[in-house]
Structures are given as C-alpha cells and as structure tokens.
Design a protein around this ligand. Structure first.
Ligand SMILES: Cc1cc2nc3c(=O)[nH]c(=O)nc-3n(C[C@H](O)[C@H](O)[C@H](O)COP(=O)(O)OP(=O)(O)OC[C@H]3O[C@@H](n4cnc5c(N)ncnc54)[C@H](O)[C@@H]3O)c2cc1C
Length: 393
C-alpha cells in the first residue's frame, strides 16, 4: 500500500470540502491525498440527514464570516464544482432565516443584529407590524421583533453539496477509499501509520479527523481521550398541509422550534432540552417531541397549521460539542500531525466551505491565510476560552 501525505478520515461534507479545497490549491500538486469513507451511500452520516440551512445570524464573528463566505461560495458552486460540462445543482434557495423574539429575547436579538450588520450581513429588524404585513399567516401577538436575512440565507440540498465536493475532489486526483480507519500507529507523539479495515497499514504524513459524530472514537484511536464531541439525536418532522404560507423563510420561533418549506410541505423540529438529550448512536424515530412541543408551538405561531398530516420523517446525529457547541479545528497539542475538523453541532453543513478552505491552509502553510479560525483551536478548552455562540439551534 503506498503512503499518503494527507489522509482524511470521513468523507462527509466536511471531509469532502477539505478534499476539494486542498486539491484545488496549486501548492498541493505533489501531495498524495486520500479520503477514507466506509459508506459511499452516506445513509447514516450527519450530512445526508441534515436540514441544509444556511444563515448569517450568529453572534460569533467567525461564525458570521464563515457563513458569509459560504453564501458566496454556494452562489458560485455550479461553476466552481463543475466536472467538465456537468454543473451541480445544489438547490440553493435564498429565502431567508427569520429569528423571532418575545420581549424576553429582544435585547439579545438586537445585539446580535448589530454584530451581524457590522460583519456585513444583510439582516433587518422587523417589528410586529412589519412581520404581520410581510407574513400575514403568522400570529405576532406575543412577539416583539424578528430579524430577517434578506440575502445570503436559506437552505440547500445537503446530499447534492456533498456529492459535488466529492466528484470535484476526485476529478482533482483525490482518492476515495471505501474503508474504515481502525487504529493509528503512533511514534513520538506522531501518527505514523493508519490502520484500515480492508487495506491494512498505510504510512501517513498528516491525518484529518472529519468523522462527524464518530470524532471522539477516531480521536481515541490516537490516544486523545478527552475529545468533547458526542453523537446527539435530532428529529426532522415532515408535515403535509393544504395551508399556503407565502414567502415562508426558515422560521425560528422564540421557543427554538423551526419550520421551513420543503417541496409541497414543510420540515420542522426542535432541539430537546439537555436532560432529554443523551449520547446515542441509534437513529430510532420518536414522535413525542412533535406532539408535545413542535406541533402545539407551530399551531400557536401559524394558526393554519393546527391541522396537518405527518409525512416521512427522520432522525440524524449532531456531532455535538458538549463544551461550547462550536467547531474544534486544527492540531491537538500533543499529536501535531492529527488535525481536527469536528464538533460543528447544528451548523457544520453551512460552514463546510470555510472549514475546508481553512484546514487546507493549515495543512499547506501551517497557518490560516484567509479567515483566522484560531479561536476554534482545541487548546481553548484548557485555557477556559470557550467560544460561546448565542444562536445555537
Ligand atoms: C437533523 C440535522 C439537521 C441539521 N441541520 C443543519 C442545518 O440546517 N445547517 C447546517 O449547517 N448544519 C446542519 N446540521 C449539521 C450538519 O449536518 C453537520 O454539521 C455536517 O453534516 C457535518 O459533516 P461531517 O462531514 O463532519 O460529518 P458526517 O456527514 O457525519 O461525515 C462523517 C463521516 O465519517 C465517516 N466515518 C466515521 N467513522 C469513520 C472511521 N472510523 N473511518 C472512516 N470514516 C469514518 C462516516 O461514515 C461519515 O460519513 C444538521 C444535522 C442534523 C443531524
């Protein structure tokens, strides 16, 4: 088995974005790059089970900047990710996010909006009368305001994005190995070889952990036992209704319940409270959260949704960063040639272009060249410098 200069563990949207950005860079022309992915159908990966939302409405400057870059990238993606004459259709719908606030959440919403505008995001404050004008199907009686992204926000098709990155990376001579990383041979704090289930031992230069919800398991193979990423289950409910909600954006109720159009129906869901959010790798479906929380909340916010039918729904895993729900990027202090691209919780799909670009810069130049993502380094946990994001959905 020949060795690889860069071996990416996991070929979901993050691993495949990295494979694309790295192989697109002229300075990688002499590098052998491989992505190890056991399941080319991606049936259980976070990416395939995602809701595909993209928003600039974060409170952390780096998160805002990452999504601004993504919006620009998604607009150009059909051209950038074309392989020959085949331009991928990502289904990018720039129909906005709308965060709603009651009187309790108003101050935070206004603070965040100022930060987002300062960072160049196209976000606008809508008062209850503006909301009622623009979205006459919405109950605004208990709302103080909403913040609406007029451009650069919306959703896309996660599987199409992943496949577009993957095919383009392959066309740029990245090898995808249908295999699983089982272990690492360590020498003096370095990963020297990677052990694959099928192919056996492979010498490696740098390894990137892009294993999504399995990130802690992969980190553990290199002796990193304190990696704070856990698989946490999220349910996506599909609803069918004759109700028409013209101009419906991706709506986030003050309770955290979300709703967005999908085909001739809608997708909706909510993150459960921490006490009801165990680590789990199963994908069994449950409907209690829908009946007890999601539907009553939606029926209050959008009275036309008091009657609806549940369609085929699904569960997927967040790669949940238990310490601050944000990305963990770059090398571990004690295993320098193992880089992390993990812990995205609920916002990794939209961040994948900026993460792929950033990690490719770390690999090629040892430092970020475009957007400085240093705050997301692993050592922030030891230093108590958590990146606390107020808008985690
Ligand atoms: C229900 C739901 C809704 C979401 N909604 C949004 C949203 O609206 N917007 C947004 O931005 N994000 C959203 N997310 C989060 C987003 O989907 C993830 O952050 C993103 O897809 C993570 O991509 P990834 O490549 O890191 O992980 P994955 O897609 O899970 O890929 C990791 C891959 O690693 C592979 N792997 C695991 N172990 C090994 C091993 N030992 N060897 C080799 N390969 C291995 C797996 O097979 C898998 O394919 C949502 C997630 C869920 C579950």
């Amino acid at each position: 088995m020949p060795g690889y200069d860069v071996l990416i563990v996991g070929g979901g949207v993050v691993g495949s974005s990295l494979a694309y950005f790295l192989s697109a860079n002229e300075d990688s022309r002499n590098l052998q790059i491989a992505v190890v992915e056991p399941d080319p159908t991606y049936a259980r990966s976070s990416t395939a089970l995602s809701v595909g939302g993209i928003r600039q409405q974060f409170s952390t400057p780096e998160n805002i900047a990452l999504s601004l870059f993504s919006a620009e990238f998604f607009r150009k993606a059909p051209r950038l990710l074309a392989v020959g004459p085949d331009e991928p259709d990502l289904g990018f719908e720039e129909r906005g996010y709308l965060f709603l606030a009651s009187s309790e959440g108003l101050q935070i919403l206004e603070q965040n909006l100022e930060r987002q505008k300062r960072s160049g995001a196209d976000i606008h404050l809508l008062r209850p009368e503006d909301l009622a004008d623009r979205f006459p199907w919405m109950n605004v009686s208990d709302l103080s305001a909403g913040s609406f992204g007029a451009s650069g926000e919306g959703w896309l098709d996660p599987h199409s994005l992943l496949q577009a990155f993957r095919k383009k990376a392959q066309s740029q001579r990245v090898e995808y190995l249908t295999d699983r990383v089982m272990g690492f041979l360590m020498s003096g704090g370095h990963v020297k070889e990677t052990s694959l289930a099928e192919a056996g031992s492979v010498p490696v230069g740098k390894v990137v952990n892009a294993a999504g919800p399995y990130a802690a398991e992969v980190a553990g193979l290199a002796g990193v036992s304190d990696f704070p990423v856990r698989p946490r289950k999220r349910f996506v409910y599909r609803i069918q209704t004759p109700a028409k909600l013209p101009g419906c954006p991706l709506l986030i109720d003050p309770s955290g319940v979300y709703l967005r159009p999908e085909g001739d129906g809608f997708l909706c869901g909510v993150s459960p409270p921490e006490a009801l959010d165990p680590d789990t790798l199963d994908l069994d479906m449950e409907y209690g959260l829908f009946h007890d929380t999601v539907w009553p909340t939606l029926a209050h916010r959008v009275p036309a949704l008091d009657s609806l039918r549940l369609g085929p729904s699904w569960a997927g895993h967040y790669a949940f960063n238990t310490l601050d729900q944000n990305a963990i990027l770059g090398p571990h202090p004690e295993v320098e040639n193992l880089l992390f691209a993990n812990g995205f919780s609920g916002h990794g799909l939209q961040q994948s272009p900026g993460i792929g670009r950033g990690i490719s810069e770390l690999i090629l130049y040892g430092d970020y060249q475009t957007l400085d993502l240093t705050r997301f380094a692993f050592h922030r946990f030891a230093e108590g410098a958590l990146v606390l994001e107020e808008n985690v959905v």
